[in-house]
Design a protein around this ligand. Structure first.
Ligand SMILES: [Cu+2]
Length: 166
């Protein structure tokens, strides 16, 4: 009887130790990815005061061994944020809503006008040049980051005569 109880206690202890080891490992993994995913040069393109939506751009670097997905974005003062990609379809440049943005292992994803971007929809008030927009990014693996994106004009792009259809 004593032996049986002791075994049970031992088994429970082992299980708890194992569980916390797994939890620690998981925590460690997230911390590592958080350090290895970096956002460079975030910015929001300035727009007229009555604009219904604004584009946010940045470089997302992933220096980890695992692919990472940007799942969603959020910012106070906007109805919602969407992940978009501008692509050529049926002879037109179109913005297509994406479920996520993929950032390859040891790679980067560049969000820029005419390509991947975050769409800030229905601003309570349109930010002015020089303002900063705080954008919360949620990745898979439980990773989240807040970026501070200054509002500025787009740099002129050579040969860009397309007007985006919103
Ligand atoms: Cu868009």
């Amino acid at each position: 009887m004593f032996n049986k109880t002791k075994k049970l206690v031992l088994a429970t202890t082992t299980l708890i130790t194992l569980n916390s080891a797994i939890a620690m490992e998981h925590h460690h993994m997230n911390q590592t990815i958080a350090e290895k995913v970096m956002i460079n040069n975030p910015w929001v393109r300035s727009a007229p005061p009555n604009t219904p939506m604004l584009g946010a751009f940045m470089e997302i670097h992933n220096n980890s061994n695992q692919a990472v997905k940007l799942l969603s974005a959020d910012s106070k003062g906007y109805k919602r944020l969407e992940l978009h990609k501008t692509q050529y379809e049926d002879g037109m440049m179109k913005m297509v809503k994406q479920d996520f943005m993929p950032i390859p292992a040891h790679g980067k994803l560049t969000l820029k006008p005419g390509s991947w971007h975050i769409m800030l929809i229905a601003p309570e008030s349109v930010p002015r040049e020089g303002d900063t927009v705080m954008i919360d990014l949620v990745f898979d693996n439980g990773l989240s980051k807040t970026v501070h994106a200054p509002v500025r004009k787009a740099k002129k792009m050579m040969g860009n005569h397309h007007h985006m259809m919103h």
